[in-house]
Design a protein around this ligand. Structure first.
Ligand code: MSP
Length: 551
């Protein structure tokens, strides 16, 4: 996973276009963005990092909703795909491509994959009867249907008993290989709880899965919507099978083929089975290499329920916009990346918690620390002071402390522990605060006239504070690219290839950028601009930004 001689290829689920984007989709995509940005910085110029997101467009509901709006499925899908792209631009997502399953580049590949599986006998024709969840467009196993009293485990709506003639994927043939794959961590499923869940379900045995739908079923009166079954135009490929292939189809070209296999697929637990079991089995059937890892996070909740399109209880792009207007989009990204449902536990999104975290980590944390240090430097020295070779002051070995923070962030990134990765940067900020409190540079400044040692000592203290904050800022960059790029401009220390573009590449790998006293460190005498604090304090008494839509 952290084998950095290989390209780093990270994906999000591709999102259904039958509705509008919301915080849940934004969450996974922001985390993927934070990981992608970290990898680009870790590897430096020429980094081979590829970050893919996109939309899943061939669901039957797209056809019926489009019809009810007097639109073609393609128009309706296009309108919503654009809404996802706009939402991701607002969230400052730096994806390298955006795949839409209705694009020919995808459909042609899917057809070829299916053809090859028909040829190998991994896909065959047969009858299927089962419990269908119309809301989720998927069959639910007999056990899951019984446990949920024959209602959808997601929406609570009744399941439908359906029989259809279908093409099937010979999933049962892969049982042993899948178990071995997941047990051996060759395909690493994280966190542990999800891995155990998959292994537990695998031991119950696998049945072959339907991979097609009859044309006309759910799409009557229209041009068939989706990818037709090769050699049998009466059938379309089931939307889920079509969708999973996006991860491969997008990079299955001469220029990009070396990117496969994916390093990390990020998903939430709603779609675990498809990604942990069906997807690797199909890749085995195709004789393709398997992705390295699958990270499965929990849900953002609203009260007791999962935030979701079907329940209509989600935070909208407009509400997120209102937060960004007041606090900056970077602050919102920080909240998602450090407080979201990463790991196995669900998380609530609340305004009160947002304000608390914003003030603690950003306004009183990173923002205050950088502005305190800029102000003192400007007041006492005008430009970056000279530490005159001192590295250890008051028991603080800054080269060592910063080096350890970088190592801990790199380690955490390898484990996909995003919050710890970012906390490594924040804890450096806190260490600088503590250091200012013990060394009291403002008090020392008053004795400069009377004490000949005071000036050099003050210079060394402030240099260390600024340089430690510079290293901290590198570790905070993946979550807050714009605020950090702003600090780098003010301090004339941008490691970006274009200081005015927070999405440009890095001139060197992280190890060089973060080296104390290295080529990229702050130079005595260089300009340090004061500027406004990066984050203004939030007033918890102010009402929540934005208005909830009626209903
Ligand atoms: N189209 C399928 C995925 C196909 S991938 C080959 C799909 N789409 S979806 O629009 O329903 O998106 C599901 C994904 O959105 C989740 O796996 C998760 O990444 C994200 N989330 C949607 N709601 C969420 C929450 N309430 N909380 C956290 N993530 C959520 O399933």
């Amino acid at each position: 996973m952290s084998d950095d001689h290989r390209p780093y290829y990270i994906t999000t689920p591709i999102y259904y276009v039958n509705g509008r984007p919301h915080l849940g989709h934004g969450y996974t995509t922001v985390i993927a963005d934070v990981l992608a940005r970290f990898q680009r910085m870790l590897r430096g110029s020429g980094a081979e990092v590829f970050f893919l997101t996109g939309t899943d467009e061939h669901a039957d509901k797209v056809v019926s909703t489009a019809a009810s709006r007097g639109m073609t499925p393609q128009e309706w899908a296009g309108q919503n795909a654009e809404a996802f792209e706009a939402f991701f631009r607002d969230l400052r997502i730096s994806n390298d491509d955006f795949i839409r399953t209705s694009q020919d580049r995808h459909k042609a590949k899917v057809e070829a994959y299916i053809r090859s599986m028909l040829d190998s006998g991994d896909i065959y024709k047969g009858d299927y009867t089962g419990w269908y969840d119309p809301g989720q467009e998927e069959y639910v196993t007999e056990t899951a249907a019984r446990e949920n009293e024959y209602k959808s485990p997601v929406s609570g709506e009744p399941l439908e008993k359906r029989t259809e003639q279908n093409y099937f994927f010979r999933l049962s043939a892969y049982q042993d290989r899948l178990e071995e794959l997941i047990r051996s961590e060759q395909y690493l499923v994280l966190p542990e709880a999800r891995r155990n869940e998959v292994l537990g379900r695998l031991t119950q045995g696998l049945r072959d899965v339907p991979v097609s739908r009859a044309v006309g079923d759910g799409a009557s009166g229209q041009e068939p919507w989706g990818v037709l079954m090769p050699g049998d135009p009466e059938h379309r490929i089931y939307v889920w099978i079509d969708a999973l292939f996006n991860y491969l189809s997008t990079v299955d070209t001469d220029e990009r083929r070396h990117l496969w296999p994916a390093s990390v697929h990020l998903i939430a637990k709603d779609i675990l089975w498809f990604h942990a079991v069906i997807w690797p089995a199909m890749l085995m059937a195709l004789g393709r290499e398997l992705p390295r890892s699958l990270y499965v996070h929990a849900y953002f909740m609203m009260g007791e329920r999962k935030m979701s399109k079907s329940l209509g209880n989600f935070v909208t792009p407009e509400e997120i916009h209102a937060y960004a207007d007041r606090y900056g989009i970077d602050a919102f990204r920080w909240y998602l990346a450090t407080q979201g449902p990463w790991g196995a536990n669900d998380a609530d999104f609340t305004y009160a918690k947002f304000v608390e975290v914003y003030n603690a980590d950003l306004a009183n944390g990173f923002g205050n620390s950088t502005s305190r240090v800029s102000n003192m430097v400007a007041k006492y020295f005008e430009s970056c002071p000279d530490p005159a070779g001192q590295t250890e002051l008051e028991g603080h070995d800054w080269p060592k402390l910063t080096g350890e923070a970088v190592c801990s962030a790199v380690d955490a990134s390898g484990r996909l522990d995003v919050a710890s990765m970012l906390k490594a940067g924040l804890s450096l900020v806190r260490a600088v605060d503590g250091y200012i409190n013990t060394t009291e540079p403002f008090r020392l400044a008053k004795t400069i006239e009377s004490d000949p040692h005071a000036g050099p000592r003050l210079a060394a203290i402030l240099y260390h504070c600024a340089e430690a904050l510079r290293v901290a800022s590198l570790l905070l960059y993946p979550a807050m690219p714009d605020k950090v790029a702003e600090l780098w401009r003010r301090w004339r220390c941008s490691p970006l290839t274009d200081a005015n573009n927070a999405d440009s590449g890095f001139v060197a790998p992280l190890a060089e950028l973060a080296a104390w006293g290295g080529a990229h460190s702050l130079k005595p005498g260089q300009h340090i601009e004061k500027g406004e604090p990066l984050f203004m304090r939030a007033d918890p008494a102010e009402p929540e930004p934005g208005v909830k839509p009626a209903g």
